[in-house]
Ligand binder design. Structure first.
Ligand code: DQA
Length: 153
């Protein structure tokens, strides 16, 4: 059994009403309920939080990160700007899976760069709200393998 921390960055509190053509109709509450249910079924605990503030996300990574085995993170716009969030992840040395609902590589060029990608175990990008459930499946695999990425052989 492991403990999974889920953090969402700015404007993701508006999921379901925000730019639906890009982010879909599913709300953050729907996503949290689904993640809670799947984590409980798999015998893990999960904690989900959203903030519009970079410093608050840094605080949560510092405070809640050490109690978690893995971090599922959609840093939203901070993906493309935040050295502070990157440094907080490195400071607590928690494995992270980076998540995006939209396929950031098909969008504006500034969204192609991520400050998290090269320190993440992996990314799940472009599957709408399913990006979260796919990332959760990956987290289950990692927890089973003691925090190491499955090698595939
Ligand atoms: C996002 C992609 C980011 O570029 C954007 O700033 C977001 C959402 C996504 O989930 O697709 O707010 O992280």
């Amino acid at each position: 059994m492991g403990h999974i921390l889920v953090l969402h960055g700015p404007n993701l509190n508006l999921l379901g009403s925000r730019e639906r053509h890009l982010y879909g109709h599913t709300t953050l509450l729907d996503i949290h309920q689904r993640l809670q249910q799947e984590a409980a079924q798999a015998g893990h605990t999960i904690d989900c939080w959203q903030s519009n503030h970079e410093g608050e996300l840094v605080d949560w990574i510092q405070q809640r990160g050490p109690q978690a085995n893995i971090l599922l993170l959609n840093p939203a716009a901070y993906t493309h700007t935040s050295v502070a969030i990157r440094d907080a992840i490195l400071a607590v040395a928690i494995p992270v899976i980076e998540i995006h609902l939209s396929n950031v590589h098909q969008r504006e060029p500034f969204r192609r760069h991520s400050y998290i990608a090269d320190i993440a175990v992996g990314q799940v990008v472009g599957f709408g709200s399913h990006s979260y459930t796919l990332a959760l499946q990956a987290a289950f695999q990692l927890l089973q393998h003691g925090g190491e990425a499955p090698s595939g052989h």
